[in-house]
Structure formats: C-alpha cells, structure tokens
Design a protein around this ligand. Structure first.
Ligand code: NDP
Ligand code: HSE
Length: 429
C-alpha cells in the first residue's frame, strides 16, 4: 500500500480541521481508498502563541518552511494559512520542489493561479483547490469530473456565508445592515474586519475561480463587476417583499458563444427561486449545462470540518493522480483569452427606487428619461410619504442594458422633481 506524507501550513480553523479529519477518519480512508495518508509536519507561526498546539504531537510542529520544502518524504503540502504572502512564495517553492499543493486560500489562488499552474506543470506536481469555493460543497470537482459532457452557460450562486447570514437577518427580522453585521460578528461568522465579506471581495475571488473552471477561460478578478451589501437598507427589503422577491448577494457568470459576463452584487430573485430559500450561512450554487440543464449544489460554505472535508478530498484525489495530475482546463494565461469577449454592458432587469416630489409631471419626466435611453418599464409602485409632498417610486424595468440604465439615472438624478436615487438593485428571474 502506498504511503503519502502531508505537511500542513497553518493550524487555524481549516488546518486543525484537516488534521482532525485525517486523524479520526484515516483508517476508513485507508480501507476504502487503499492508500495511507499521514501528517508529517505542521507549520505554525509561533509555538508560544499557537492555540491549537495541544491537538497534535509536539514533534510534528515546526516554525520553518525549510523543514517542509527540503524534506523529500513530504509528498503533499496543504496550505491553510490564508493571505498572499508568504502563502504565494511557499506554494511556488513547494510546487518547484515537486510537491503537490492543496489549498483553501481563494485570495491567493484567484490572484496567482496561472503562475501556480505553470509551476506545477513544470515539475509534474499537482495543484488542487476544492476548498476555495463553497467550503464543503464539491463544486469544482463536479465541474472537473462530472460536467465534461457539457458546455456550461451559467454559474449562479450564494458563495459567501457571512453575507447570506446578514441578508437573512435583514429579510426575516427587519434588522439594519449594522445590526445584522454585529450579530454575525458576535456569532463568529463575520470577522472583526468584515470588509472582504461585506464588500463582495471574498465572493469575487471565488467567482474568479468558479467561472474560470466553468467556462474554461481565465477570469481574473479585475474583470469581475463587484458590489457589496453595505448600502442595502430596510426599505430595500420592504420593496423586495412587496414585489415577491428576496435579496441575495449572488455571484453570477454567464456565457453565450464567446461572450462572458461575471459579476457579484445584491440581487432580487423571486421568492420561488431555489436560491431564495438558502438561509443563514449556507451556500448554494446553480450550474447550467447544455446537456444536463440545471443542477444545484447546497451545503456549508465554511467552517472547520466542512472545509476540511474539501481539503482532505483533494489530498485523497491527489494521491490517486500522483502519476499524472489532473489540472484545471482553462488556457493558462495571465490575461483574459483573446478568444473571449468580456461583456460589461450586461442585460438585466433593474429595480430602481427614487425619492421624488409628489407633483404633476414627475412621473412623465422620469419615464421620458428612461425612454430616451431605450429603457422600457415593466411595473411601477408609488407610495406617498406622510408629508404629502414627496413620494417613493419603485420602477421595475424590462431587461435593459446596464449602460443605458446608468445613463438614464444620470439624467433622472439631475431632474428638479427627483431628490434621490435611493437604490438600484439588479433582478434575476
Ligand atoms: P485561521 O486564521 O483560522 O488560520 C490560519 C492559520 O495560519 C493561523 O493559525 C495563522 O497563525 C497561520 N499562519 C498565518 N501565516 C502564517 C505563517 N507565515 N507561518 C505559519 N503560520 C501562519 O484561518 P482559516 O483556517 O479560517 O482560513 C485559512 C484559509 O482557508 C484562508 O485562506 C481562508 O480564506 C480559507 N477558508 C477558510 C474557511 C473557513 O471556514 N474558515 C472556509 C474556506 C476557505 P496566526 O494566527 O499566528 O496568524
Ligand atoms: N468568509 C467566508 C464566508 C468563509 O463567509 O463564506 C468561507 O470562505
């Protein structure tokens, strides 16, 4: 039986979970898979400060990456540190030394994937990243190993648990963004600095990886339209409720022929859409393939054991493919391929809420500004304010060009009868 030795870089939430799964389930894995996997070293930053030191025998720990990269017995390095440096350098050095790398670090992968894949291919090492998207949900392997028959035309999902928890609270309890964020922080879902989650960076990193795999074309983060959830107010949720919609932070990738669009933003979806019922910290991802049609994967997108499940499955997969590693299939280029046309002028339905003067001619002036840009209106709800002189109007457009909507809003904002464009939220039917 072949024996594989693994080194863990980082022993926090994910790293300690990987150790636990391999310790608790190692015998089962050996029995089922016919391979033996053991942890040989664990890289920590500082013995004195490491809170998880009691979880493994002392002789496994080191504070020196050299002990790992120079050890010929170590086959696989599982990077669970996060951040860019030193994660990037350690991954490159491990691959350069012919060691397979498994990582949960979506930020470093989304920013440096082509360099990593080149380094891996040059030494024949493996490079696996299931845990970078959707935590425990086996989404990348599904694309790699189970969707080969398909041309994938759409990926759409909830891929950030923290924001989904906040949005669920805002929907169900009427909390403000600030209140829901505080609650998410108290429960340990949101970080003390929540920017990466609430401004959509985390979802953007994941969408870069997900859409690159789905569309077989590198989708760097720079080409992804990103908007977070910090500007959403209880009034947006009230509007969504009136219209039969739920607001979710969706990561969306669409491909039609050679045209691709990739975006992360708050989105209204009908309450009947399966993604509308994904509550709390759960994640769910929709894929549309030309042969299989729609599939949806649902599960825990974060957490110690779910994420460790993905990392360990990569380790097992890497062991089975050690003679010929299975690389992701997009053309390994830094920039977006010349074969692809990136679409920034999406065609979307919009929900637009304005605060206006409640007087003759207001509606006509606004409708004219939309009409001038070819934006067709599907429905309008006007609610008068208690002062009797102002009103809030929500317009739902027919599918319209993003640029045309932006141009009409510039004109609408400048109208005397409009005091504010309060919100613009895209709608997916
Ligand atoms: P943690 O902060 O819990 O753990 C990271 C660990 O790595 C810490 O113990 C940290 O030590 C250690 N570390 C950082 N830099 C070094 C270094 N230079 N040398 C040695 N040790 C180092 O993070 P997570 O486990 O939550 O996340 C790890 C990665 O997995 C991130 O990329 C994250 O985005 C990703 N991920 C996390 C998920 C989750 O549910 N937590 C889900 C999916 C992906 P110190 O505390 O001293 O800095
Ligand atoms: N911060 C991430 C989330 C962790 O909330 O989904 C998992 O990547």
């Amino acid at each position: 039986m072949k024996h594989y030795q693994v080194a863990l870089l980082g022993f926090g939430t994910v790293g300690s979970g990987v150790y636990r799964v391999l310790s608790e389930n190692g015998a089962q894995i050996t029995h089922r898979e016919g391979i033996n996997i053991s942890v040989k070293r664990i890289l920590v930053r500082d013995f004195e400060q490491e809170p998880n030191l009691h979880l493994a025998p002392m002789e496994l720990y080191t504070t020196s990456f050299d002990d790992i990269v120079n050890d010929p017995e170590i086959d696989i390095v599982a990077e669970c540190m996060g951040g860019i440096e030193p994660a990037r350098s350690f991954i490159l050095r491990a691959l350069g030394a012919g060691k397979t790398v498994v990582t949960s670090n979506k930020e470093v992968m989304s920013k440096h994937w082509p360099a990593f894949e080149q380094a891996a291919k040059s030494t024949g090492a493996g490079l696996y990243l299931e845990a970078t998207v959707g935590g425990g949900i086996p989404i990348l392997r599904t694309i790699l190993d189970s969707m080969q028959a398909n041309n994938i035309s759409r990926v759409m999902g909830i891929i950030n648990g923290t924001t989904n928890y906040i949005l669920t609270q805002m929907t169900e309890s009427g909390r403000s963004f600030e209140e829901a964020l505080k609650e998410a922080q108290a429960l340990g879902y949101a970080e003390a600095n929540p920017t990466a989650d609430v401004e959509g960076y985390d979802a953007m990193y994941k969408l870069s990886i997900l859409s690159s795999m789905a569309f077989h074309a590198h989708m760097p983060i720079e080409v992804i339209y990103r908007e977070g959830i910090t500007k959403l107010t209880p009034a947006d949720f009230e509007t969504a409720r009136l219209l039969g919609y739920t607001i979710k932070l969706l990561a969306i990738g669409k491909k039609a022929g050679k045209r691709i669009e990739v975006r992360v933003h708050p989105t209204m979806i009908p309450n009947t859409h399966p993604l509308a019922s994904v509550r709390g910290v759960f994640n769910a991802i929709f894929l549309t393939g030309h042969a299989v049609d729609d599939i949806m994967l649902y599960g825990r997108g974060a957490g110690c054991m779910p994420t460790a499940s993905a990392v360990v499955s990569d380790i097992v997969y890497a062991c089975h493919h050690d003679q010929r590693h299975h690389y992701m299939t997009f053309v390994n280029e830094e920039s977006i391929s010349n074969e692809i046309t990136l679409v920034c002028d999406f065609i979307c339905i919009y929900s637009i809420r304005l605060k206006v003067a409640d007087k003759p001619g207001t509606m006509a002036a606004i409708a004219a500004a939309f009409a001038e840009q070819g934006v067709s209106l599907k429905s309008v709800i006007q609610l008068g304010e208690p002062d009797g002189t102002s009103a809030r109007i929500t317009f739902i457009t027919h599918a319209a060009s993003e640029f045309a909507v932006r141009d009409s809003l510039k004109k609408i904002e400048a109208l005397d009868c409009v005091s504010a464009v309060e919100s613009v939220i895209r709608v997916e039917e």
